[in-house]
Design a protein around this ligand. Sequence first.
Ligand code: BEZ
Length: 290
Amino acid sequence: MPLNLGDTVPDFSCDSSVGQIHYYDYVGDEHWSIICSHPSDFTPVCSTELGNLAKLLPQFEKRHCKVLALSCDSAESHRKWIEDINASGYCGNTKKDGGVSYPILADEERALAVKFGMLDPAEKDERGMPLTCRAVFIVDDHKKLRATILYPATTGRNFYEILRVVDSLQLTDEYPVATPANWERGEKVAVTPSTPDEVAAVVLGDFAVVKVPSGKTYLRLAKDPSSKTPKVLKRGLVETILGTEYGAKLLPTVGRLVVSFILGGVFAGASTKTKETATAATQNGGRKKR
Ligand code: BEZ
C-alpha cells in the first residue's frame, strides 16, 4: 500500500553506511526526517545529490531534521561510494564538514523501496531489476508523512526546494497561514481561508486584503509571523521573552496584545463564536492539531 500524506511512516531496521539503523530510534521523538531514495551506487546524478545533501546538512539540522538516504546496494558498497562522493567536490568543505556523515540505507533486496512505493518501473538495472526513483519523504516529529516528491531517475533533485518545503510545513503548523508560490522564509504569507479576520489580526498582526475583481476577500497577506514572533510568545512566558535577545524587539507587540486583551478591544464587535475561536487560536498560537 503506498503511503498517503498524513499516514504514519512505519518503523524499519536495516543495514546502512554507518551500521544497523532502527529508523524510529535514529530519528527520536523530537526530530523531523527526510528519506531520499536513489537508484544505485556509483551513478553520476546520485553522487551529486548525496554530495549536495552533505553540504546542506547544517541547514537540515537547523530545522531539527535528520537526513537519511537509501540506495539499492550493500552497506559496504555505500561506504566505498562515499569516498568518491566526498572527493567529488559536491560536498563543500569535507575537511570542515566531514562529507557524507548521514546514513545511506542498504536496500539491496529493494524491500524498503517496495514498502514505500519508491520503485520506478521504467528504469531497470543491468539485471532487469526496477530501479528506485528519486523520492523524498518529508516526515514530521510525529512520524507522519507530510510531503513527498517523486522524480524519475534521470532528473536530479533540488535540495533547496526540500528545505523550503520543510520551512513551509513547520511554519504552517505553528500559524494559521499558507505559503504562496515560490515563498521563502521571511516573505509574505497568506492567511488560511478558515481563519476569521479577528483571529488573523491577533495572531498575525496587520494583514492586507488584495483587491480582486470578484470583490472577494480571500487573498489576505501578512508578514511571515516567524520573523516577528518567536515561539516563546506562544508559550506565554513573558519573563522568558524579556530575558531573550528578542525581548526588546517584542515589547511593543507584547504590550499591544496585553492592552488589547485587557480592553477587549481586539474582539470588539466580534460574535461570541468568533471570540471563542479567536481565544482558542491565540492560546495555541494558531497551531493546528495533527
Ligand atoms: C544517476 O544517478 O546518474 C542515474 C541513475 C540511474 C539512471 C540514470 C541516472
